[in-house]
Design a protein around this ligand. Sequence first.
Ligand SMILES: Cc1cc2nc3c(=O)[nH]c(=O)nc-3n(C[C@H](O)[C@H](O)[C@H](O)COP(=O)(O)O)c2cc1C
Length: 196
Amino acid sequence: MATRDPLTLALVYGSTREGRLCDTLVNWAAEQIRDLPDFALQVIDPRDFAVPADFPNAASASVRQLHHRLTKTDAFLVVTPEYNHSFPAILKQVIDISSAAWKAKPVAFISYGGVSGGLRAVEQLRLVYAELHAVTVRNVVSIINAGDEFDAHGRWQSEEQKARAEKRLAQQMAVLGWWAKSLKAGRRLPEFAAVS
Ligand SMILES: Cc1cc2nc3c(=O)[nH]c(=O)nc-3n(C[C@H](O)[C@H](O)[C@H](O)COP(=O)(O)O)c2cc1C
């Protein structure tokens, strides 16, 4: 049953690559979390917002809309691949053009890639989010050799890996929920004004 005041949760695409695997991961995650009673889910895909390659002096209507959507969010679940031991440039641009929207909010990750399961992307993102006064969740759902893990229809090849990922995601959502509630309350405190 849905709660009265659900937390707004944004499932954020980290890749806009043509033929991206990110769709498969986002669809799987959305299926897992869309019925969680504490959260109202929205999916944020940078492809929907005409994110500019150059940092703009004045935000376009599309960028303002993206910023608005992220500002209304209480918790983030970022789905990121690893590109050259880091995270995709498009994700950095999304963060840079909307940095204030992440302030004093929790960020959790689903990462994927080759042998590292995208963990190097996550570790670098933690540094970036610290600068924004965002709190990154320790738990990570990391998918190793993700390209081999799913068939053409986005179905898991290994039931064991699927079960493990589902369990990890459930644990992570519990932690994310606790942080989201805690920080939502914290943002209402007068002392929050000192966080700059
Ligand atoms: C430009 C580029 C760089 C990559 N670098 C790495 C890497 O350093 N480590 C790794 O494990 N995988 C790396 N990969 C593999 C990707 O993590 C993997 O293909 C992933 O599925 C890409 O996500 P996407 O299809 O959603 O964009 C790289 C892929 C690309 C396109």
